[in-house]
Design a binder for this molecule. Structure first.
Ligand code: PLP
Length: 444
């Protein structure tokens, strides 16, 4: 596979030209990578008005992901999420609908802030029996919701995989969304690799209209590299307006280092990534099964995450993390209940080290304390009203009855405790305390 952006920048860096243009480092060594850090000079194309090397590279990515259109972001999935929310709103208005999104409650902060800024109403979906672990929306639950909704949403918004490695059944949700003529949009920030599994589990392949992937989370991209994908069966409005939606929120100085990285990822994928992934999965499965035999309890369905339920082994996630740190192993995430390890084929050699480090920890009595159960709170203000309200910071003990104005959206592993505009109740206070949150921003 060709790498037009990498090749262009390499030639430019070695051409000996005098750089009388941005950036101010002029290609001289300060950290070491400056000669490859360029801006939108002649021949370098323009992200979001692409017709040259960037367009060619994005076409390569489109082919690899089997989408209608795949566009690059150098500002993570966060930028793509803002663009997706804007596209949903524009699509609703085009069709004379009131823009409403029905979203699984485990949405990332960027989705919440995007809806707040764009003043969109969200119907939060939270299955009744849910713990903080996950928010898996089943096809039955979605069907029930859409059938009884007094006003149909324009889109259903799902976050899958979540931080703990839980996957939602996108294929069946897509079937339900099609039945009701509603868009299915997925935050697939953690799942770019799903396309390349022996059984393709990427949301676009399973029928989602649109999704974002953080290339940097699971593929070998520099931090910030991400994709906005539009599906082949999605309304043409989405692909036609995706570039301009991204440019509405994006920097006018996109990072060419990150774009080169995304370009190089295309080659990485086409050079045997599927096989590397298949080999890794076998090893991860062996590690998981050895950990289970050794007394650990695991959760989540993702193959590239190992999520340990720490308390069932007698420790908090923090304690296990500290123990591993002393053996120079750094996890992705830990909290009172879980410790999460994220893997890629670049970790093949590390699995044995992780396994023996975990198995060398002495098992203790199960810690029986369970995390609090999340619930949807009473909404007093819209997201938009809450983020623009006058605010004050309060000790959580003084927050009962107050309206949250925090955009921090502290998530226990999967589900935000309270969202802007919602009333803080006793359950929320218990959650704050459980997760060591002492202060919260509320409406004054
Ligand atoms: C579920 C989810 N969505 C979106 C994001 C934002 O992704 P990015 O960091 O690529 O902007 C994250 C980041 O951790 C995430 O976990």
């Amino acid at each position: 596979m060709k790498t037009p952006i990498v090749d262009f920048v390499k030639n430019y860096a070695n051409s000996g030209v005098t750089r009388l243009h941005m950036p101010g480092h002029k290609g001289k060594d300060f950290v070491g990578f400056e000669k490859f850090d360029i801006t939108e000079i002649d021949g370098a194309d323009v992200l979001y008005n692409a017709s040259g090397i960037i367009a060619e590279s994005q076409r390569n990515a489109t082919g690899l992901f089997g989408s209608e259109q795949t566009l690059y972001s150098t500002e993570g999935s966060s930028l793509c999420i803002r663009a997706m929310v804007h596209l949903i709103k524009s699509y609703a208005l085009q069709n004379g609908q009131k823009p409403i999104i029905a979203a699984a409650r485990n949405a990332h902060k960027t989705f919440v802030t995007a809806c707040a800024i764009l003043d969109l109403d969200v119907d939060w979906l939270l299955p009744k029996s849910q713990s903080v672990i996950s928010c898996v929306i089943t096809a039955e639950l979605l069907d029930e919701y859409l059938q009884s909704a007094s006003q149909k949403p324009t889109a259903v918004y799902i976050t899958s995989p979540d931080y703990l490695g839980n996957l939602t059944d996108i294929k069946n949700l897509s079937r339900v969304c099609k039945k009701y003529g509603v868009l299915l949009v997925v935050d697939n920030a953690h799942g770019a690799y799903l396309k390349f599994l022996p059984e393709d589990k990427h949301p676009i392949s399973l029928g989602a209209d649109m999704c974002c992937d953080s290339a940097h989370k699971t593929l070998p991209s520099l931090t910030g590299g991400a994709y906005l994908h539009v599906g082949k069966c999605a309304p043409t409005f989405l692909a036609q307006n995706a570039q301009s939606a991204l440019s509405l929120f994006a920097s006018t100085s996109p990072s060419y280092l990150i774009m080169q990285s995304l370009d190089a990822v295309n080659r990485y994928i086409s050079d045997g990534y599927c096989q590397k992934l298949a080999n890794l999965i076998k090893k991860v499965n062996t590690t998981k099964s050895n950990l289970l035999k050794g007394g650990y309890c695991l959760c989540g369905d993702e193959v590239l995450k190992i999520t340990v339920c720490a308390k069932s082994y007698g420790y908090s996630g923090y304690e296990l993390s500290q123990t591993l740190l002393s053996q120079k192993i750094v996890c992705e995430f830990c909290d009172p209940d879980y410790i999460v390890f994220m893997l890629s084929p670049e970790n093949e050699e590390d699995l044995c080290k992780l396994e023996s480090a975990l198995l060398s920890v002495v098992k203790k009595d199960i810690i029986k304390q369970h995390p609090p159960t999340p619930s949807i709170k009473k909404r007093q203000l819209s997201l938009n009203q809450a983020i623009y309200a006058t605010k004050e910071k309060k000790n959580v003990n003084d927050c009962i009855g107050c309206i949250s104005a925090s955009t921090d959206v502290a998530c226990p592993p999967a589900i935000p405790i309270v969202l802007p505009g919602e009333q803080i109740d006793e359950d929320a206070i218990q959650c704050f305390k459980y997760y060591d949150i002492d202060e919260w921003i509320v409406v004054k």
